[in-house]
Ligand binder design. Structure first.
Ligand code: PLP
Length: 482
């Protein structure tokens, strides 16, 4: 199958319709005079037809989970079932006002309450907060909970220990919460127990573990790890973003962990907002429950309410009800899959990952032996002798109709290519991707350096794009005037 992405010459609406500014905007005469606009905003007048054309054309130049295979390791972009969207767009769900009293939103609160319980059950935790807006936000919240717990016990612990296989947001979140970071090296892709025992002390507030880790390897020594960390009075933090590798099989609670965050987009098929707006619920064991953020959805008799009366809580980490629309999508997913369906999703995610791994290892090195969980990391370092980099391979995959996997992460593997097929993909898709990757790896350096050629844009200067952000129309005008 050949692939060619749409290429439309689509100017910004401001440019295309700039000679028809909508001056007919009515201002609310009841607002105080000093806050009423004196002049209409600079918004072009567009009819629905032109607007639909504009956004449809833009979407055709994009690659999304609906348009193809998106094997982005670690960040997990997977197909989101349409029923999630249907539920989230019901008027009862999306026409709510955050200031409505509890008595008017009993259904919403019931869903939040039930979702808390379902996620607590899945993770093996006692209580759950739905407030955090993303995985990293969940980690930060978890670290604040750990600090509040230790302080409540009269202890000032100032270090967080983690292995070099942890997700990058782990040390960042702990540092943001004010902790000193102690990184320990891993041994054959897993936590080195001797290094862990040497690193922990009465200064250790928590040990953070991404499990399965960023190599896609399950940390099988979890029980030993728990003993070592608890032995010095530290808490065990589980980065449960990779829950789609263990859900229904085991849980952080069973492994002895105290705090866990989930990335609803990874396991529970909700959109990922790149740090938000998403949802990164945090679960804790009973002794930490009082410290969770407020509010928590609670039930008294047959009535649901938001419970703010939690004196030891770390306080609010998000406005109102958290990202309600995302929570509802995850709730829908869990109910439509059911317990057996969720376990099957895990099985398929792991099976797909290992099926693809054994195909890819025929032409790319895969460091560390053995089976993987939901993702695996290959290395493109052997290609360097021909002047080819992993980045070139990734860009060329676009020409074959596949979104590139994550590259250059994790740093433990040179020229890394991190592939996560997810449970939603068919064998035919995995075979087609494996065949395309094999073909790309064998292509000439000239072809690879020139890729992509079939996408809506050619090779971008990523350094320049990262250094000179264009985030607004004003930035864009300044860029054009340069
Ligand atoms: C293992 C792991 N932890 C944490 C995060 C951070 O999550 P978010 O991007 O939602 O902040 C991710 C990203 O998806 C992840 O893969």
């Amino acid at each position: 199958m050949s692939y060619r992405q749409a290429r439309h010459d689509v100017p910004l609406v401001y440019e295309e319709y700039s000679d028809d500014i909508n001056t007919n905007i009515k201002f609310n005469e009841y607002l105080p005079k000093d806050i009423i606009r004196q002049a209409p905003p600079n918004i072009p007048r567009l009819c629905e037809r032109d607007m639909v054309k504009h956004f449809t054309q833009l979407s055709q130049m994009n690659f999304g989970v609906d348009s193809g295979f998106y094997p982005l390791g670690s960040c997990t972009m997977k197909y989101n079932p349409k029923i999630n969207e249907e539920m989230a767009s019901l008027p009862d769900a999306c026409m709510l006002h955050p200031h409505q009293p509890d008595s008017q939103i009993q259904g919403t609160l019931q869903i939040m309450y039930e979702l808390q319980n379902m996620l607590a059950h899945i993770t093996g935790m006692h209580s759950m907060s739905l407030q955090p807006a993303a995985g990293a936000h969940g980690e930060f919240t978890g670290m604040l909970v750990a600090r509040a717990f230790h302080e409540d016990n009269g202890q000032k612990r100032d270090q967080v220990v983690l292995p070099d296989t942890s997700h990058g947001t782990n040390p960042a979140s702990a540092a943001m919460a004010g902790y000193d970071i102690v990184t320990i090296p891993s041994k054959e892709g897993r936590v080195d127990l001797d290094a862990l025992a040497a690193a922990v002390s009465e200064r250790t507030a928590a040990f953070m573990l991404t499990n399965p880790n960023t190599l896609g390897i399950f940390e099988s020594d979890v029980t030993e790890i728990a003993k070592i960390v608890h032995g010095v009075g530290g808490l065990l933090y589980y980065d449960g973003a990779n829950m789609n590798a263990i859900m229904g099989k085991t849980s952080p609670g069973k492994m002895g962990f105290d705090i866990v965050h989930l990335n609803l987009h990874k396991t529970f098929s909700t959109p990922h907002g790149g740090g938000g707006p998403g949802a990164g619920p945090v679960g804790v064991v009973e002794k930490l429950a009082d410290f969770l953020p407020i509010p928590i959805a609670a039930k008294k008799g047959e009535q649901y309410h938001l419970d703010y009366d939690r004196p030891k809580s770390i306080g609010k980490v998000h406005g109102f009800h958290g990202n309600w629309g995302v929570l509802l999508r995850a709730y829908t997913y869990i109910l439509s899959e059911g317990g057996n369906g969720l376990t099957e999703a895990t099985e398929m995610a792991v099976l797909n990952s290992n099926y693809l791994r054994q195909k890819v290892e025929k032409y790319l090195e895969i460091p560390y032996p053995g089976l993987r969980k939901h993702e695996f990391v290959a290395s493109g370092s052997a290609l360097k002798k021909n002047g080819v980099k992993t980045l070139d391979v990734a860009k060329r995959l676009i020409d074959h109709g596949f979104h590139p996997p994550t590259v250059y992460f994790p740093h433990l593997v040179e020229e890394s290519i991190m592939i996560e097929p997810t449970e939603t993909e068919s064998k035919a898709t995995l075979d087609a991707f494996a065949a395309a990757l094999e073909k790309v790896v064998g292509e000439s350096p000239e072809v690879l350096h020139n890729a992509p050629t079939c996408a809506s844009v050619r090779r971008l200067n990523e350094t320049d794009a990262a250094k000179n952000l264009i985030l607004s129309y004003r930035d864009y005008l300044a860029f054009k005037a340069r």
